[in-house]
Design a protein around this ligand. Structure first.
Ligand code: ATP
Length: 284
């Protein structure tokens, strides 16, 4: 038997860091939403009691470092399952891009194996399991649009992101999330974006207010390390995007665009700056 799952990418409409906690994690406030750029997972039962990961993407780990592997192993251990699974990851989300590709694959694995192995777990239970593997995984289990607090694992769904176009551009550089958080001086942040104001704008489905309230305190670190991310933001603005922000710890920059007629100009203009450019719809 086989099951299929879609694992969409996420963007942060706002990301604030409140403080560094004694346990080493950062206390954050983020509003996240899914976009229609997704990995596709095929989960097939195997006779042998083992976990196999395969992918057409040559640049991700296929062993126990893969988050989909870790999600499958966690379910097997926690529920004493002695069945094997082959997980094929058809990757479309750029890797190490600030788009939570690995987290979304892990969340899709939890959802898919819950069906394949008929475990009957609720989304809340899958989110609790996911939070053991990574802070973004609980959000990716349900998707939609949500306010995430704590280290990102406490979620309040928000109704609902207005439909728009999202242009994603990833410069050809690698950014480590751990490195960016490591370099952030949480006590020195002066310009905190407001989760309350962004939530209000999303709930009012006020596209212009959403664009005006975009903010990410991690830009301060990543833009200093990689000025090309700042140049990419400036290019997106001058090409006509309504609102522009770096997603997560970067380096992907996204632009929100309400009018479809503007999309080709922005998309084609950005292709001069970087090879990885996507024009997709928001997912409410
Ligand atoms: P986040 O926004 O949650 O910080 P990201 O988009 O920056 O995530 P990912 O694409 O999840 O980053 O990849 C981060 C690292 O995780 C990669 O360097 C990769 O080696 C590893 N990884 C583990 N599992 C996966 C997976 N299923 N897909 C992609 N990368 C994975």
């Amino acid at each position: 038997m086989k099951v299929y799952e879609k694992a969409p990418a996420k963007i942060n409409l706002m990301l604030d860091v409140l403080r560094k906690r004694p346990d080493g994690f950062h206390e954050v406030e983020m509003i996240m939403t899914m976009v229609d750029l997704a990995d596709r997972l095929e989960l097939s039962e195997m006779k042998r009691d083992t976990i196999i990961i395969s992918s057409q993407a040559g640049y991700i780990p296929l062993d126990e470092k893969n988050l989909a592997f870790q999600a499958a192993r966690l379910l097997k251990e926690r529920y004493g399952i002695s069945r094997g699974v082959h997980i094929h990851l058809d990757k479309h989300i750029p890797v190490a891009a600030g788009l939570a590709g690995g987290s979304s694959d892990a969340a899709a694995t939890l959802r898919g194996l819950n069906r394949l192995w008929r475990l009957g777990l609720s989304h809340t239970e899958l989110q609790e399991l996911g939070s053991e593997l990574g802070s973004d995984i609980p959000f990716c289990v349900t998707g939609g649009t949500a306010l995430a607090t704590g280290r990102g694992e406490k979620l309040e769904p928000i109704f609902s992101m207005p439909q728009c176009w999202v242009i994603l551009a990833k410069p050809p550089i690698n950014v480590s999330t751990a490195d960016v958080y490591g370099k952030l001086r949480a006590d020195r942040i002066t310009n905190h974006p407001s989760a309350a104001l962004m939530r209000e704008a999303v709930e009012a489905r006020d596209f212009q207010a959403i664009c005006g309230r975009l903010g990410n305190v991690l830009e301060e670190v990543t833009l200093k390390l990689h000025p090309e991310v700042l140049r990419l933001k400036e290019a997106m603005i001058s090409l006509g995007a309504d609102g522009v922000l770096m997603s997560g710890s970067g380096p992907t920059v996204f632009g929100l665009v309400s009018k479809q007629s503007k999309v080709p100009r922005i998309y084609n203009g950005l292709r001069g700056f970087c090879n990885e450019v996507y024009a997709v719809r928001s997912l409410c």
